[in-house]
Design a protein around this ligand. Structure first.
Ligand code: 5GP
Length: 190
């Protein structure tokens, strides 16, 4: 998506340790009009797949998931990282490794909101090594739900996640694919 590449070039900052900061429009401040365009793009890619639920992980995935769901007219379910007292006892759980915090944690959704009737589009902001997507896919598997595919805003294609998830036979559509990036040489797209 050309517009997204231009936005990343104009507003993104490359940090050491393979982290791209896009806090101006995606991860801190949210450019709602722009994320609506992202949502429209995911809708155009998956409109014929019978999507009836969008699944993401808190917190950064929620904004883009909601702005995508308005086109599918379906609910958004986000996996929680903390076991809060208001989460029902019957939950599906999976283990994920946080790329940005470098910690392992359990993510969970209530079994009330994910079932074998669901045809799920998984949406997230970034794809790096694929741990977040793998955990979300596992939640769907435990619920018997069908994963129709994944919609990623920014894939760092030089990392392993894309191959890992596509290797499981799951469709992954990324709107911007970064071939390489570094603080010295900047960002190059695929
Ligand atoms: P993965 O699980 O694929 O290794 O990493 C994906 C998750 O880590 C995303 O949910 C995202 O929040 C975070 N992440 C991975 N790489 C980056 C990055 O370069 N910048 C930011 N802001 N988040 C990232």
């Amino acid at each position: 998506m050309k517009l997204l590449e231009q936005k990343i070039m104009a507003e993104g900052k490359v940090y050491p340790c393979d982290v791209l900061k896009v806090d101006r429009f995606l991860n801190h401040q949210i450019d709602v009009d722009f994320l609506c365009e992202i949502g429209k793009e995911f809708y155009n890619l998956y409109r014929d797949c019978g999507v009836n639920k969008i699944l993401t992980i808190e917190a950064s995935g929620i904004g883009v998931a909601c702005l995508t769901a308005q086109f599918f007219h379906c609910p958004v379910l986000f996996a929680k990282k903390a076991k809060t007292s208001n989460l029902s006892d019957k939950v599906y759980e999976a283990m994920a490794h946080s790329y940005t915090h470098n910690t392992d944690h359990v993510i969970r959704v209530s079994s009330e909101y994910l079932s074998k009737e669901d045809r799920v589009l998984i949406v997230d902001d970034f794809l790096a090594n694929g741990s977040a997507l793998s955990a979300l896919i596992e939640l769907c598997k435990k619920a018997g739900a069908t994963v129709v595919g994944c919609g990623i805003v920014i894939e760092k294609a030089y990392q392993d996640g894309g191959n890992l998830i596509r290797g499981k036979g799951i469709r992954v559509e990324s709107l911007a694919r970064i071939a390489s990036m570094s603080p010295e040489d900047g960002i190059k797209f695929c």
